[in-house]
Design a protein around this ligand. Structure first.
Ligand code: MRU
Length: 369
């Protein structure tokens, strides 16, 4: 997507040195656009854990590039295979909920094993990382092409009046390589002249909505309004939301969705108010091994300080301030699970389906057991 007229992806190999990975450091947005170079596996792990890069798709792609660096680092060790496996384990453990991360690492391990020499393995790892990144961008583009039709239908029903869409967290291009998932249908609708307005949940505690989704939409000229997380239900009751579109971090084969904490409450409110609730995801976000999201998805618990402190711009500098009494304990669950019964449909790169096993497998027949 474009920022001030210049096209960016969220991650790429440095043109001057293809052993360095460039990322947008998302901790600085929306106030500073800073590019960071990652030169070691350790730096990639830190970037994922500390959320310099974040979002299910992007952390998967970052891990894929991390495996490319892992192959180069392993080639300097006595036992290539053992050190590659160790790097893979460390990368996988960096964030537990988004399945894209383990998916990308496992795909790399499989591909790298086809190489005979260390040099060949490094070459395969680089090509695979680039392929995974390109596929991610392509899938998001297709999600936009399928998903905009839902917005178009509502727009026609409203005789061209503005379609109000609520979204949670950031499932925009910053959470992937390009286009995003929840935002891709919105960008496509806007490109086709459909009038939309987006309600942007601020998404405490890390405020991905207020700082990232709002920044994206502003750059792209999409009308939007940032709201406090608890506002959605009120807007829905008053007919101010036509549909909800969120992203996902892990989706079971029966359609339960793990997404940023707070998603479940929005789905409950949408159901109560008869508002369609869609989840947009690339196929790399399905966890084909599991069915019951509430029981089987591990929910990441992050540092309580993310709840206790808030970050923002103060006198031109990015600063953190304490919100709570210093002595009050806090807890920070990163995600929650929305059961399939609350979801109107899933928007994937292959099309839109109901959130149930049969409909999902109709789109992905190769995953039938
Ligand atoms: O903790 P984050 O910022 O990595 O959150 C994950 C997400 O990006 C959201 O849950 C998003 O809605 C999923 S779509 C990538």
């Amino acid at each position: 997507m474009k920022v001030k007229g210049k096209h960016y992806r969220t991650i790429w190999l440095d043109e001057a040195n293809d052993r360095e990975i460039c990322i947008i450091d998302q901790r600085k947005l929306p106030h500073q656009l800073e590019i960071e170079k990652l030169k070691t596996v350790e730096a990639v792990v830190t970037a994922i854990k500390a959320m310099h890069v974040r979002g299910a798709g992007l952390i998967g792609v970052a891990a894929a590039y991390g495996m490319y660096l892992a192959a180069t680092e392993a080639s300097r060790e006595n036992n290539f295979q053992n050190s590659l496996k160790l790097f893979a384990k460390i990368l996988k453990a960096s964030r537990p909920t988004a399945v894209n991360l383990e998916w990308a690492v496992d795909r790399q391990l499989k591909e790298i094993s086809k190489g005979k020499t260390a040099e060949e393995k490094i070459k395969i790892a680089k090509q695979t990382a680039i392929r995974i990144a390109d596929e991610d961008a392509g899938h998001c583009r297709n999600i936009g092409l399928h998903g905009f039709q839902l917005i178009e239908k509502i727009s026609k029903r409203k005789k061209g009046k503005t379609v109000n869409i609520l979204t949670h967290c950031n499932a925009g291009w910053l959470a992937f390589v390009d286009h995003g998932t929840a935002t891709a249908p919105i960008y496509e609708a806007v490109a086709r002249g459909i009038k939309v307005h987006v309600w942007v949940d601020e998404t405490r505690p890390r405020n991905q909505g207020a700082s990232l989704t709002a920044w994206e939409l502003l750059n792209h000229g999409v009308p939007h309004t940032v709201i406090a997380d608890n506002t959605g239900g009120h807007l829905m009751q008053h007919g101010l939301v036509d549909m909800v579109i969120t992203g996902a971090d892990r989706v079971t084969r029966s359609g339960d969705v793990a997404n940023k904490i707070g998603t479940y409450l929005k789905a409950l409110a949408a159901k109560e108010n008869h508002i369609p609730f869609y989840v947009a995801l690339p196929s790399s976000t399905f966890d084909w091994k599991i069915k019951n999201g509430v029981k089987e998805i591990r929910i990441e618990e992050r540092d309580a300080d993310e709840v206790k402190y808030i970050q923002g711009l103060c006198d031109g500098e990015i600063k953190k301030v304490l919100l709570t009494p210093a002595g009050s304990p806090a807890v920070n669950y990163g995600f929650d699970v929305t059961p399939a019964r609350l979801i109107t449909g899933l928007i994937t790169e292959r099309g839109i389906c109901k959130a149930d096993e049969r409909s999902i497998l109709n789109l992905f027949p190769e995953k039938k057991k």
